[in-house]
Ligand binder design. Sequence first.
Ligand SMILES: *Cc1c(COP(=O)(O)O)cnc(C)c1O
Length: 365
Amino acid sequence: MTANTPLVFKAIRSSHPRSTAEREAILANPGFGKYFTDHMVSIDWTVEKGWYDPQVKAYGPLSLDPAASVLHYAQEIFEGLKAYRHADGSIWSFRAEQNAARMQRSAHRLALPELPTELFLESIKQLVTMDALWVPSAPETCLYLRPFSIANENFLGVRAAQKAAYYVIASPVGPYFAKGVAPVSIWLVEDYSRAAHGGTGAAKCGGNYAASLLPQQEAYANGCSQVLFLDAQEGKYLEELGGMNIFLVKKDGTLVTPELTGSILEGVTRASIIQLAKDRGHKVEERKISIDEWRQGMASGEFTEAFACGTAAVVAPIAALKGRGFIAGDESAPAGKLTMALRQELTDIQYGRLPDRHGWLKRLV
Ligand SMILES: *Cc1c(COP(=O)(O)O)cnc(C)c1O
């Protein structure tokens, strides 16, 4: 961080915010990622100036030159975190400094400039303060925050751009499982990999998602809501879902999750679940898990639960694994007990219903 990094945001209130009636209608049924608040953050960057001109301003379209590098070489990264309204009306973030640090790691991998943690945290605070009325208060609702950064030098040469920008937009979201937490089936994809050794798997970049959409369509076509990717080298070991990490639970209560190998995204939810499980006295193994071990373990009763986790869904119980010519597990099985207990504990901490014993929350408003 340079000495003159600007922490003072220029705040320009929207001249056309949504009316109270419009906002309340949206907050009553927000869905996920469909509606956006009245404001957004932008910070510009050039090689010469570093980060400059931080602003909170009216939400609206970006103006990009057709030659902007992001449109051609996908030099783009993003983050996802939430702002939670507590019963007393206050608004809090959850481990946001972890998202700031991860965004720096993603930026490094994609040869984008690293935004200092202080500036990341201040950008979140500025936007949530400006749009505080957009943070819903109904149970399990929140304001989803989407920081992202793009290369926007107008140049078709292939090299790291010398001009970039950082933005934050915000979207009120309803409960991820509108009809109560329901177990999902996941699809084992065999023809495609998500991330190779030395690739961008550990970076949160749009390119990873672009590559996951075709297998995701295959999952939908087979009645599954998510894809499970195996390692690209041997096609043998569990890695993660398109946008969530995975955990298995053994009958003795041990949690098992794929170790971080560089091709898996290091989820904040994953790290939090590991901590909460250890606090409860469960053993947690971070190691290689082969697809055969899981399938055989499901059949023998050694593995009794499985779940996916990430900021959006928090914890999504997995009932069954489907693949070409097989179903493992029981599609109509109820959510696992430990799965649901961990989900409950984590959301209770996030919404201020349990003490924040690890210091994970920061008050925004
Ligand atoms: C964001 C993301 C996750 C989950 O990370 P959280 O910090 O828990 O939200 C997992 N896998 C991928 C590929 C992701 O992009």
